[in-house]
Design a protein around this ligand. Structure first.
Ligand code: FAD
Length: 468
């Protein structure tokens, strides 16, 4: 819709000085998304610097029926932050850390704080905010909470949802809900914060949050192990979990092709093991307890797995630099994959016990369907979450390959459904997976979601056209 000039003028005034962008070039970064799948349009990008200013802007939009698309770091992978008319409301200037209470192990932050800055502030106070993902230098905490982000430490600390104690939200009519409680126990009716966590901006705008902090790890051990099959990697996970308990903080899996891609395309990446292996496990153990025999525990698990033929080789990082090098392989897989032509990306979850079965069956399925297709499975095996990415056959036409996106996606996602899994483990629904939501959720579930949307946003101005 075209937004009338007088409404735009009022919104501009409400946003305050420095809170307005309508120059075409300056708006460009807010209109496109990470993978270039969508390009949107909007009347202006509004950047309020306080919760009250956000509320004033949303109230004006509600009165005039103007769509509002919240945006944090715009690193989302499902087109959720791409506008289709109306305004983009960027949280970039809501970037204050309002309070940090080390005794209560909480910090209160505004939605526009960059995740890395939140981690750093927690670290300076001798604590840990454990949410960690490759986009942490640019994604913002409001976006993390709105997508219920996962990342590499879910195994030990949970998703964003598990890390939030309270929220402040500007509702779709412009009222402010102050739910900034820092309590670990509070059974007083419906827990409203959970409606907004993972809602991808369709129910309201998160302006601040109370986050949980944890004891800072003093010890860290990182290892990479090579194995012949996904079943072997799963067996190693089971053993490591049993032996190391909650010190096992991350357990990632990669197929060999991930190493091939990163070695080929990412400067400085080399193969950490002497010979290639079909699959790899990247494990990290951490502990806040000084003196804990973490290295010995890891060595014992790996040595026994080697002896039993579960893994074929392994390396334990001897320094922080080496640990960083191992993580770099894992973190740069998506970047490296871009150099291999067209790719179709799926972000699925199955019960952890079925991950290996899924990887084998899904790989066979797509290889039968598209001869030469290159399955690039990697991800958070310890959470049952695999990024089942697919690269085009070598030398194939990228456009033609990407033209089969829906067909191939359907094939894999149907298998995921049959295995009791989820078609979107951590990236959300946004625009990209809206049809999938209708296909894979029951009518009752979709109906409940729509009822919530109608109740909280009766005029459908909050990020319309996303999720439901
Ligand atoms: C290299 C890379 C690695 C990634 N790795 C992971 C990973 O390991 N795990 C994972 O879960 N994700 C991952 N992602 C996806 C992405 O980083 C996360 O979804 C992140 O949480 C999004 O934060 P953002 O600030 O960029 O949100 P945006 O992209 O700006 O927004 C995402 C959604 O949230 C809404 N939104 C944003 N801010 C607010 C707010 N304050 N209130 C209400 N709604 C809001 C938007 O409208 C949109 O629908 C990765 C992305 C990249 C590019």
């Amino acid at each position: 819709m075209d937004v009338p000039e007088d409404v735009l003028g009022a919104i501009r005034e409400a946003a305050g000085p420095g809170g307005w962008i309508d120059d075409a070039d300056a708006m460009e970064p807010y209109l496109i998304e990470e993978r270039g799948l969508y390009r949107g349009t909007c009347a202006a990008v509004v950047r309020p610097a306080s919760t009250e200013a956000v509320a004033d802007v949303v109230r004006l939009c509600a009165q005039a029926g103007v769509p509002v698309v919240p945006q944090g770091g715009n690193t989302g992978l499902v087109g959720g932050g791409v506008p289709n008319g109306g305004i983009v409301l960027s949280t970039a200037r809501l970037d204050r850390i309002r309070a940090l209470d080390p005794l209560n192990h909480t910090m209160t932050v505004e939605a526009g704080c960059v995740l890395a800055d939140v981690q750093a502030a927690a670290g300076e106070a001798g604590t840990l905010f454990p949410l960690s993902l490759a986009a942490e230098g640019s994604c913002r905490i409001g976006g993390n909470i709105s997508t219920n982000a996962g990342g590499v430490a879910v195994l030990r600390y949970g998703n964003a949802r598990d890390l939030v104690l309270g929220l402040e939200v500007v509702l779709a009519d412009g009222r402010i809900w102050d739910g900034l409680r820092s309590l670990r126990k509070d059974n007083t009716g419906y827990d409203l914060k959970h409606l907004f966590i993972g809602a991808e901006g369709t129910l309201g705008i998160i302006t601040a949050a109370v986050l949980k902090l944890f004891p800072r790890p003093l010890l860290r051990e990182t290892a990479l192990a090579g194995a012949a099959t996904p079943d072997d990697v799963l067996e190693l996970f089971s053993r490591a979990r049993a032996a190391c308990g909650d010190t096992l903080t991350a357990f990632e899996m990669m197929a060999r092709i991930c190493l091939d891609f990163t070695i080929r395309h990412v400067p400085g990446v080399t193969d950490p093991l002497d010979a290639p292996h079909a699959y790899y496990a990247l494990l990290e153990l951490t502990s806040p307890r000084a003196g804990e025999a973490l290295g010995e525990a890891l060595e014992a698990v790996l040595a026994k797995a080697l002896e039993d033929g579960v893994i074929a080789d392994a390396v334990i990082a001897a320094s922080e630099t080496q640990a960083g090098d191992l993580w770099r392989i894992r973190e740069t897989v998506p970047e490296a994959q871009k150099h291999e032509g067209g790719s179709i990306k799926l972000d699925i979850a199955v019960p952890v016990s079925r991950v290996a079965d899924f990887v084998s069956r899904a790989t066979r399925l797509v290889e039968e369907e598209v001869p030469g297709i290159r399955a690039v499975p990697f991800g958070h095996l310890g959470d049952g979450n695999i990024h089942f990415n697919l690269s085009q056959p070598e030398g194939a036409d990228a456009k033609e390959f990407l033209g089969r996106w829906d067909q191939i996606t359907r094939l894999v996602q149907d298998l995921v459904g049959d295995m009791g899994g989820s078609f979107s483990a951590e990236h959300g629904i946004g625009r990209l997976k809206r049809d999938d939501l209708r296909r894979y959720k029951s009518a009752v579930e979709v109906d409940l979601m729509r009822a919530l949307k109608r109740a909280l946003d009766p005029k459908n101005i909050m990020n319309p056209g996303k999720v439901v």
